[in-house]
Design a protein around this ligand. Sequence first.
Ligand SMILES: [Ca+2]
Ligand SMILES: [Ca+2]
Length: 562
Amino acid sequence: MFSPRLLMLVLWAGVEASPGPVGDIVVDRYLIPKRCIREVKDGDFVRYHYNATFTDGKQFDSSYKRETPFFGVVGQGRQIAGVDKGVVGMCINERRKITVPPHLAYGSQGAGDTIPPDTTLVFDLHLLDIFNRADQVQTRVIKSTKNCTRSVMRTDFVRFHFNGTLLDGTKFDSSYDRWQTQDSVVGEGWLIKGLEEGLLGMCVGEIRHFVIPPFLAFGEKGYGKEIPPHATLVYDLLLEDLHNPKDDITVEILDVPEPCRRKSVTGDYIRYHYNGTFLNGVTFDTSYQRNSTYNTYIGLGYVISGMDQGLQGVCVGERRRITMPPHLAYGQQGAGKDIPGSAVLVFDIHVIDFHNPKDSVQVDVTFKPEQCNDTSEVTDFIQYHYNCSLLDGTLLFTSSDYGAPQDVVLGADKVIDGLDVGLRGMCVGEQRTVLVPPHLGHGERGAGVVPGSAVLQFELELVSIQKGVPEGYLFVWLKDSPAELFQAMDMNQDKEIPLEEFSEFIRLQVREGKGRLKPARDPEVVISDMFKNQDRNQDGRITADELKLKVEEDEAKNHDEL
Ligand SMILES: [Ca+2]
Ligand SMILES: [Ca+2]
């Protein structure tokens, strides 16, 4: 640590108990710091405090009283010769007492009224700072970053935390005390030169230790009360954030499921989960914690512009990382207490679904039987199997829960519109995948386990079709009705038709394929309802007049019913 020359000087000086008029200086290093990063040598600039006394302890000078340390270069006669010599080898924060014989001080002349001739002087020094004109910024990496994809370049905007001390350990500033980062452009003169240099090449998360000589810091003026003139500055600096004002968003595609039916465009309504972090990995917000997706229109300015851009061209189920500079996020202002000004934001998003308000039901036939004559249509009573899922695969409902197919009359407003449409035009045994946008499903509010604005996916299989009758009808003729209807119905020719006779007649028509009853209900109940419509006076018998009246009414309505 010490140079041999200095070691000898100290040893020798220790032996010489009381210097004579022609003796050398005596150096007493009474406080040596454990760690000595550097020792004073000729040509160095030093800054130190001192008390100057006579050998009897009487003080004749003190830099402490003036509150201004001595500053000057060593070995060039700027100090009295004994001190110029005695300061060599000092460490920062070392205290040493230098006893200077007269010939290395003011000699036989003395100095005015203060120093008598031939006086031995004692200087008690506390070294505060050393630097040399040849010094550069000293940089030591305290913590490096793995997977660093980008490091600081000129014109970049950085946000960093730092602890700043003088060389003697006195703190002059700390961003941690303010609970906010120091923010600056690099290489444009916003920062002291030493930091402008030292920051170059740093990665987010990296910590560097800098020792910056004063001519690359605040120089001979210092700064405010905290940084004295000619101060070397020591920084421990953690880079928190980095971007360039010219940056656009960056999109890293992490996973795209196959197949991708289509990619999102402006005007689509999207539901996605996200995890929002800063570049240093700290999470500021996450939709997962709220257990509900974030929902918005794409490209219409409902979200920050970086997100509006980043959500373009996604596929359902895609995972991507969108990194956005502050000018495309929350700017210099930041947002709330969670997002500081000028912060780069990183969103890991997972697209659950998206749709367009103009979307209709999308039908993909996955299996079509060879025999496909009758297909389902409005008013038909059908049975079908189904699975209903969200687009992320979450199964919501399935007919297998009931152990039997589901049934419905198409067009009767019994199921969501999109499913009703998706079930039409199917033949028995056909299988389909049907996508239902929320405006044809459960809407913005959702229902039960169906989230608001969710696109639903149905896997459908048609099990059976019973052809239906038009809305408002209980029975339709499939062929021409008998010319003399009453006579045909009055099978025992007694001029009246009780329920039993009516029922037998209707059932015969159905059996012979001449007519069809409204499906999905007990045929007896349907026939009984038909009978009540004909039996105007409710005496339990239909007469010829009653039937004639009913037929005329129906013809007036242009109906085909009985
Ligand atoms: Ca009869
Ligand atoms: Ca009657």
